[in-house]
Ligand binder design. Structure first.
Ligand code: KIV
Length: 273
């Protein structure tokens, strides 16, 4: 059915879940980036990003851990609150960290409820396929929107034997359908072959958001530090650097140290008489 101008125009109001559903129906790609603090989230929001994900990639991108497993619910509340305060338009989604939702459905509802109450984020994300369908249903029944996450699930890195592309077509299709049927409003597909991501995207009614899943998803997500080129030690194959901030920041620090060492900073203009 043809869409009217009003339907296709971009919302300047806050992005909502129905926008996600409409964008999938219209074939309008959805942009998602991770964010962890107020000033960066404000800039990303002003840059027009549709959804800010306070990912538990906090652990690897910001805290310097090797995995996301050490991230706590308190830390997620702390960072999500800053991001939600900054976002004027983007939908803010917070990750449920490792062991905040796995032990029981009650734990999941309490943890997600805390995130919504204390941070003003508007949805949570959790990793897991069929086994977590009852958890997703319980959250949705409690009024909490859920973004699913299947494929490579970093919280399960030890069970998966590393950060590997996930190729089990039948299992991934079953997981995607179960998560969508349980009421998730979108599903992240991490590190799965591009043709399989297209199959999953066709098989479910809610948007798929890909990371390392090819261009056929309904949207894309990247970890901010990969996009900005902040960590020059490692760059995943699926990420694209849109800036070289590692070099910019290191050069700025060197120039500052040089100026301080040679008493070129501060000048009179930068001092009070
Ligand atoms: O934690 C995170 O940032 C994520 C994205 C990579 C999807 O889960």
């Amino acid at each position: 059915m043809p869409t009217t101008k009003a339907e296709t125009s971009e919302p300047t109001r806050p992005v909502t879940l129905p926008d996600f559903a409409r964008w999938k129906a219209q074939g309008r790609p959805i942009s998602v980036l991770t964010a962890y603090d107020f000033p960066t989230a404000r800039l990303l929001d002003e840059g027009g990003v549709d959804c800010l994900l306070v990912g538990d990639s906090l652990g690897t991108a910001v805290q310097g851990h090797e995995t996301t497993l050490p991230v706590t619910l308190d830390q997620m509340v702390y960072h999500t609150e800053m991001v939600a305060r900054a976002a004027r338009r983007a939908l803010v989604v917070a990750d449920l960290p490792f062991m905040s939702y796995q032990p029981s459905v009650t734990d999941a509802v309490r943890a997600a409820g805390r995130l919504l109450k204390e941070t003003r984020c508007r949805a949570v994300k959790l990793e897991g396929g069929r086994a977590f369908a009852p958890t997703i249903s319980a959250l949705v029944n409690a009024g909490i929107p859920v973004m699913g996450h299947i494929g490579l699930m970093p919280q399960s890195v030890h069970r998966l034997g590393g950060y590997k592309v996930q190729r089990d077509q039948e299992a991934l299709l079953d997981d995607a359908r179960a998560v969508a049927d349980a009421g998730a409003f979108a599903v992240v597909l991490e590190c799965i072959p591009a043709p399989l991501a297209i199959e999953v995207t066709k098989a479910i009614a809610v948007p798929t958001i890909g990371i390392g899943a090819g261009v056929g998803c309904d949207g894309q997500v990247l970890v901010l530090h990969d996009l900005l080129g902040m960590l020059d030690s490692f760059q995943p194959r699926f990420a694209r650097k849109y800036a070289e901030l590692a070099t910019t920041i290191r050069d700025a620090a060197r120039a500052y140290v040089d100026d301080v060492t040679h008493r070129r900073f501060p000048t009179d203009r930068e001092s009070f008489s």
